[in-house]
Write a protein that binds this ligand. Sequence first.
Ligand code: 1HA
Length: 271
Amino acid sequence: NIWNTMHEFQDIKLDRTEDGIAKITINRPHVRNAFRPETVKELLQAFEICRDNSKIGVIILTGEGKEAFCSGGDQKVRGNGGYVGQDGLPRLNILDVQKAIRSMPKPVVAMVAGYAIGGGHVLHVVCDLTIAGDNAKFGQTGPKVGSFDGGLGSSYLARIVGQKKAREIWYLCRQYNATQALEMGLVNHVVPVDELEAETLKWCREMLEHSPLALRCLKASLNADCDGQIGLLDLAGNATLLYYLSEEAKEGKEAFIEKRKPDFNKFDRFP
Ligand code: 1HA
């Protein structure tokens, strides 16, 4: 077993490999890994742990078992205005997980066996890459069960599969198999489900060999193309990070601390 527990949770599992791959597993197989507010809270914590751990380079998001990646919001705890947790408050907090995945400065890979349905489908959509088992089934159910995700679940989906296909997916609520998903560019790769984890790890390890800052900036750039000013926030945040690493920026800080005038003229201007 290559997985070591990073943190104990109730609804999810958070494991890591020695070489810097984290795996977040939604662990509610009795409901096809549907999420309730507590699940979502834990997912947010897990993503934060992964973000803050400088040894983690890639994150896998998956569901327990081979039946399902995730079947979306737990309809059994759906109340007025959202999904109701132990605190009695109705929430749609999965949207915060979508944001966390998008702004995570490391690649997030969806590893999909079985159903990725409804809000569970949107989760794989917002991940950087998707590796699917040959038993994977994809689809939205919103208009059938009285819900919809008009945010990234629609607009970003359309960036991936195109407007016509995105409308088909949402209006008809059909299910698509792994081959169909591959054909429409919805997933990156399909393998027999028994090889799913090995193949996903292979993709992760290829990324681990590459420059983390380059991957980070690429993710921010690709996001910025879709994400407006919040996309620019993350992209520019990376520019600031790189600038802070430079001697030129350090001169500004040191001059302030030493109560002297900064000398920026000693630095060459790039063409
Ligand atoms: O749209 C949003 C949001 C939009 C904006 C903001 C926030 C959002 C948050 C969430 C969502 C949504 O996710 S709405 C979409 C909710 N999900 C669904 O409509 C999918 C419902 N499930 C299914 O269609 C099917 O169960 C399945 C295709 C995933 C699997 O079918 P299968 O293999 O035939 O299994 P099935 O017998 O249906 O399910 C096994 C058990 O899991 C059942 O429980 P049991 O009868 O044994 O007690 C079933 O009720 C349970 N289950 C499956 N999915 C869910 C679920 N229980 C609660 N919630 C589920 N989502």
